[in-house]
Write a protein that binds this ligand. Sequence first.
Ligand SMILES: [Fe+2]
Length: 127
Amino acid sequence: MEPLKWTDKLAIGHSIIDDHHQKLLELINGVLSQKPGAPVIIGTLIELIDYTRYHFLEEEKIMLNVGYPEINAHRKSHEKLTAEVIKIYNNYIENALSISNEQLFKFLSRWLIDHIFNKDHLIKPYL
Ligand SMILES: [Fe+2]
């Protein structure tokens, strides 16, 4: 399975947000190169959760600063995404070997990329 690659299509044109998204992408790619159930994957998931929380707060500050009108709906989407990644973490630590790295990678890739394309790109005109 190919790792995620950063492209201009993913960029929303704000250097902080784009940097954060690239970091998230790297963390997700980190899952692919490990053995299933390896402690390093658990560490990566913890880092992903921590970094996601930080990123969402920073992104919400930026939305607030630019007066993005859909901030409340966007915040709700962040809450949902945070809950989803915590759930996958819990599933993973409870039953790591039943989830392949590819399944985990596929889930996390969609989790990130769909949000960037469907939600974060809507902020673009306000930046
Ligand atoms: Fe977002």
